[in-house]
Design a protein around this ligand. Structure first.
Ligand code: CS2
Length: 481
């Protein structure tokens, strides 16, 4: 195939393919996005595209990759256009998205990133850097001041590597120039993600200069948001299939489920796109939505990832096709997670959970258990351990959650049930691999100061771990009551 997706070929695509309906060639950039992964492109960039279609405005997105050049290399030659392929059992629907105006690679040119962040017309910085990108302590949420990249950035303000390093230097330049700060909108799967972002920015700024710390604390708005859409990593097969269906080569399309949700705390002192016109929910308090999503969706996801991987299931839908697995997940949600939740206003939890089971079963997504299993040390606290703390406090059982934690312990040991090595990806991978299972309770970043010393917790997880070793994940799930 020779034609490449770009502004010219856009006009020649089949009529059934949705495309930008706003004048994108004159689109001004008002948002910088940090962490240009598939999730951003299938979520916030689509909401912004929808808002631009309904109400044109200066809200184009400059996407910044904090690590590799791959996304920029794929998208820049196609005028930063890309396809979102929405997939379920009934087939696939394609949509070309045009809200990205520019793509930058931070390690190649940190000065360009700082320049964009400092421009007065940039009024919002959105973030999907994943949990580890905050360089925080997962158990407490505080900035990890000994993180080597944080230490580097404190000493090299003009050549930062981390989210905090970039944003605080840009905020300082704006302060000196008399420009209003941008609003910082975290879109990562962390509870109170706005508070976490605010906390690390304030602390980093304070370490540089106490006045700057105070200015950041007083002036920078950091609303929280709950984001939801299942977006598995794109494979070469997906690239080929989407390019063929599009009739033009797209070097990096993104795959997504039909479902999408964005709940945002409405606190944008310098304006925002009209995201609500196409379904984003602007609310005063995001917390109940975050807990519902992190504990039900992501908590189940992590259990499916570790237990499913150990049981030999490559994808979430494979695992869910096993009725014992599906029952396990339903009971996990109903019996152990639901009693810990404050139901968000107007939400119908039974429908929400039924929809989750269907979403997990979506056979067209091929969401790998290995992908979700990544970075467990950063994910467990908000996905499983917070729920367990609430269960412990209420004196209630948590056998399924304990089995999920035990499966993580077995997974990070680095050998599957047939003795094959597991490619464990985690910022703490080396330490975790070198720590025998019972001693993993001592990993403070994950279990905090309380859980390791709580016999009700360690006994339940140890029992679950022994069961996994004795009978394997499949049977442990089948027989749990
Ligand atoms: C998943 C999430 O990879 C993971 O850890 O649990 O990316 C999940 O698919 C999204 O949060 C869904 O909104």
């Amino acid at each position: 195939m020779t034609r490449r997706l770009d502004d010219r070929t856009l006009e020649t695509l089949g009529a059934e393919i949705e495309r930008p309906r706003h004048p994108r060639t004159s689109l001004q950039t008002g948002i910088v996005h940090m962490g240009l992964g598939a999730f951003h492109r299938a979520h916030q960039a689509v909401y912004t595209e929808d808002a631009l279609n309904r109400r044109p405005g200066p809200w184009g997105i400059c996407g910044v990759s904090l690590r590799s050049p791959e996304t920029r290399d794929a998208l820049a030659p196609q005028d930063n256009l890309y396809t979102v392929a929405v997939r379920d059992a009934s087939g696939q629907r394609l949509r070309v998205v045009g809200s990205l105006t520019e793509t930058l690679v931070a390690p190649e040119d940190p000065a360009a990133v700082l320049d964009r962040l400092t421009r007065p017309e940039v009024r919002i910085v959105t973030i999907t850097v994943t949990e580890k990108g905050y360089c925080h302590d997962p158990a407490t949420g505080a900035l990890n001041e000994r993180h080597p990249d944080i230490v580097h950035d404190l000493g090299n303000p003009d050549r930062p590597r981390t989210l905090a390093g970039f944003l605080v230097e840009a905020l300082d330049r704006r302060r000196r120039a008399g420009t209003d700060p941008f609003t910082v909108l975290s879109c990562d799967n962390l509870p109170g993600n706005g508070h976490v972002a605010a906390g690390i920015l304030r602390r980093f700024a304070e370490l540089r200069d106490p006045d700057l710390g105070r200015w950041v604390a007083d002036r920078v708005a950091c609303p929280s948001s709950m984001v939801d859409r299942i977006v598995p990593a794109t494979t070469d097969e997906d690239r080929a299939a989407v390019s063929a269906a599009l009739g033009a080569e797209d070097a990096w399309p993104v795959m997504a489920e039909p479902f999408s949700q964005w709940v945002i705390e409405d606190h944008f002192p310098t304006g925002r796109p009209a995201w609500e016109l196409e379904g984003a929910e602007l609310v005063a308090d995001v917390r109940p939505y975050e807990f519902m999503k992190l504990r039900l969706l992501n908590g189940s996801h992590s259990c499916i990832a570790y237990l499913g991987y150990l049981a030999g299931h490559a994808t979430v839908s494979d695992a869910m096709a096993d009725p014992h697995f599906a029952r396990f997940v339903r009971e996990l949600m109903d019996e152990e997670v639901t009693p810990t939740l404050d139901v968000p206003p107007g939400a119908d939890l039974s429908r929400y959970k039924a929809a989750l089971l269907e979403r997990f079963a979506n056979p067209a997504l091929k969401h790998r258990t290995w992908q979700i299993a990544m970075d467990g040390s950063q994910k467990l606290p908000q996905r499983l351990l917070g729920t367990i703390r609430d269960r412990l406090a209420a004196g209630r059982p948590f056998d399924r959650l304990a089995l999920g934690v035990a499966a993580w312990m077995r997974y990070v040991g680095g050998r599957d049930e047939t003795g094959q090595p597991i490619d464990v990806r985690d910022p703490l991978a080396d330490r975790l691999a070198a720590t025998p299972a019972p001693a993993l309770f001592g990993v403070r970043e994950v279990f905090g100061d309380d859980l390791a010393g709580n016999p009700a917790f360690t006994t339940a997880v140890t029992r679950a771990y022994d069961r996994l070793v004795a009978v394997g994940a499949r049977e442990a799930i089948q027989t749990i009551r």
